[in-house]
Design a protein around this ligand. Structure first.
Ligand code: PLP
Length: 245
């Protein structure tokens, strides 16, 4: 087995154990491998190990990898690309050209830009609305109190398919503060259910805390370093506005 395959198996075992603790079916939890900073060559290893979806924080980095590995939009056997980081409106068109899903929607301006780009191609896009549950990383994500009206306005965009909510927990070693973020996102799922008459998917939990996220109801966990190894870059470069707690 390759190192990536060994790590994938270990992550799957952690998912199964957390699901068992919470009395949940492990197949109701989707593992989204996060491949930012990982070169395309190593992604081929993950593909050989059965990975079909890759989450990337930056659209240009993702577009370069999609250029090398293909995209599900034109080849069903190629990877599905999921953008999990902040997107500038002027990159909406690029994102729509290769990405299958977007998990960091947090403004109507961006929704409108995505809608315009999608209308030109005739396709739709799965989106998660990002919520700021920590009160810390104030740059991105909606404030919880603004989620309900936002979701109602989002219904105007026919090309966007809202599937759920996404959050980054507080950056703190205090596990209870991290759990409080996950609980808040789950509670905010009621706003989504009100707006769309179905329960949301909840994208929450990363390498260090996805076990707790699953116990608190995550249906999508975004896991990078536990699969691909430690990143050489400082994460502050990917999360501007990050304030360590
Ligand atoms: C990098 C990243 C992750 C994964 O973090 P790891 O510590 O590598 O598991 C999850 N979500 C987002 C938005 C990220 O940018």
């Amino acid at each position: 087995m390759t190192p990536v395959a060994v790590n994938l198996a270990a992550v799957q075992a952690r998912i199964a154990a957390a699901a068992a603790r919470a009395g949940r079916d492990p197949s109701s939890i989707r593992l989204l491998p996060i491949s930012k900073t990982v070169p395309a060559e190593r992604l081929r290893e993950a593909i050989a190990g059965g990975v079909t979806d890759f989450g990337e924080n930056r659209v240009q980095e993702a577009a370069a990898k999609a250029g090398l590995l293909g995209t599900s939009l034109s080849d069903p056997a190629a990877p599905r690309w999921v953008i999990v980081g902040h997107l500038q409106t002027n990159k909406a068109k690029l994102a729509v050209s290769f990405a299958d899903e977007f998990q960091a929607l947090d403004s109507l301006r961006l929704a409108a830009a995505l809608d315009r780009a999608l209308a030109a191609t005739g396709r739709s896009l799965r989106v998660f609305v990002q919520v700021n549950t920590s009160g810390e990383n104030t740059k991105f994500g909606l404030e919880p109190a603004t989620l309900a009206p936002f979701l109602k306005e989002l219904r105007a965009f026919d090309t966007l398919q809202p599937v759920g909510l996404m959050t980054l927990a507080a950056f703190t070693p205090d596990p209870e503060r991290v759990r409080a973020c996950f609980r808040l996102l789950r509670a905010l799922g009621a706003d989504f259910a009100d707006a769309y008459s179905r329960p949301p998917e909840l994208s929450m939990g990363m390498s260090g805390d996805f076990d707790a996220a699953i116990e608190e109801g995550a249906t999508v966990v975004r896991v990078g370093q536990a699969i691909f190894g430690a990143r050489p870059t400082n994460d502050a470069a990917y999360w501007p506005g990050l304030v360590p707690g």
